[in-house]
Design a protein around this ligand. Structure first.
Ligand code: SF4
Ligand code: SF4
Length: 383
């Protein structure tokens, strides 16, 4: 298991360095979204509801690698959209691996077998295949039959060629804990580690009825983890994050821990919420009003327990309070007894709805750039 070991050592060293440097805010994982186009339309997805002019945009290889250099995080996750649709995804991944950064390529796996030849196995690269549960559940979640079987086949094909593969599962309301436990057993049989997270209530997701509230999330994960006692599920998360999911830690999110770069720019404040964009990573870190976000501060954050907001909190906690992390590791996730106090919501500011304005602004930029290109072509042919 060379990949996780090397990754843990490198990430641990990076965290210690940030602590020694006295940095208050620092990135752990760059979320790089080189496109929003996808070949699925999942009911809980809040990432693909854009007009074609935006779905057709791609970040160039250079833009992606500049973002990696600018951010400096030791790990890069590439979600989307579906990154395997990007024609230059092989070059993007190659460039990041060459920088000795860990790359997690998130994919629904529909194109994975066909595109495996674009990649080379490396201790720095792993595929993170979207699987929300067992066959019936997953196919329903992605709104298309047969996707589970194709994803499992692609996972096996990638493993056979020597690639490291994880799966990432998003959990929604109505998913029975027994079924989630069976899914985690299945992942063990398949030989893949699992990243698991409650879904964030995206305002643009078609299905708004199945997002979990905080209390329900904690109760659900307690029941799931109770099924896991004595089993060796391979979850990629820290013990503190799992303990948080089970309601035993009162964490505030760390949105700067997983900064997001996409075709709009550097997204404020986090991967889940797009409330504005900065031109540079530095501008993102220096101009975002971080105190305006998080559970208890902002209505759109009220129920968020997603791993991209709280895994960095757990990592930061482990670096500043290793004894606490060690205690949770030794004790295991507690699945009964009182829960940690919940954050009060009575002081949160109301939600702001800025999506349409942002899309309009981007469309104007695209139209202006296309007009400039047309003018340049006309000038060239006239000359
Ligand atoms: S959740 Fe992932 S696979 Fe599903 S539509 Fe969104 S980007 Fe595509
Ligand atoms: S709680 Fe934090 S991580 Fe979650 S949406 Fe709000 S700012 Fe983002």
């Amino acid at each position: 298991m060379a990949v996780p070991f090397l990754k843990e050592i490198r990430l641990g060293a990076y965290l210690v360095k940030q602590k020694l440097l006295g940095r208050e805010r620092y990135p752990l994982v760059l979320m790089l979204e080189p496109l929003f186009r996808c070949n699925l339309a999942c009911a809980g997805c809040g990432k693909i509801d854009y007009p074609d002019a935006i779905l057709n945009r791609r970040m160039s290889v250079q833009e992606c690698l500049d973002a990696v250099d600018e951010c400096g995080a030791p790990m890069v996750a590439i979600p989307g959209g579906e990154p395997l649709i990007h024609r230059e995804i092989g070059e993007i991944v190659k460039g990041i691996v060459a920088r000795k950064k860990f790359v997690s390529l998130c994919t629904n796996a529909l194109l994975l077998e066909k595109k495996l030849h674009l990649f080379e196995p490396s201790p720095y690269l792993f595929f993170s295949v979207h699987l929300d549960g067992l066959k019936e559940h997953h196919d329903k979640s992605v709104c298309q039959e047969g996707v589970f079987d194709r994803a499992v086949s692609a996972i096996k094909a990638a493993q056979a060629k020597g690639f490291a593969v994880n799966v990432n599962a998003t959990i929604f309301d109505g998913h029975a804990p027994e079924e989630i436990a069976k899914f985690l057993d299945f992942a063990n049989e398949l030989g893949v580690a699992v990243s698991i997270s409650p879904g964030y209530a995206y305002e643009r997701a078609p299905d708004q009825e199945h997002f979990l509230h905080r209390r329900k999330t904690k109760e659900l994960f307690r029941r799931v983890f109770a099924f896991g006692k004595g089993k060796k599920w391979n979850l990629v998360h820290s013990g503190l994050f799992l303990d948080f999911l089970a309601g035993n830690q009162e964490f505030h999110c760390t949105p700067w821990g997983m900064p997001t770069r996409n075709i709009f720019g550097w997204q404020k404040p986090c991967y889940l919420l797009g409330e504005g964009y900065a031109k540079t990573f530095r501008e993102l870190m220096e101009t975002t009003d971080w105190d305006a976000y998080g559970t208890g501060r902002y209505e759109k954050c009220a129920n968020c327990m997603a791993h991209c907001g709280y895994e960095p909190t757990a990592a930061h906690m482990a670096a500043t309070n290793p004894l606490k992390a060690l205690w949770v590791m030794v004790r295991g996730v507690r699945t009964d007894g009182p829960m940690a106090p919940e954050i009060a919501l009575d002081g949160q500011r109301p939600a702001q709805y800025v999506f349409s304005d942002q899309v309009e602004k981007k469309l104007s930029e695209i139209r202006a750039a296309e007009a400039r290109e047309r003018m340049a072509k006309t000038d060239t042919s006239a000359a």
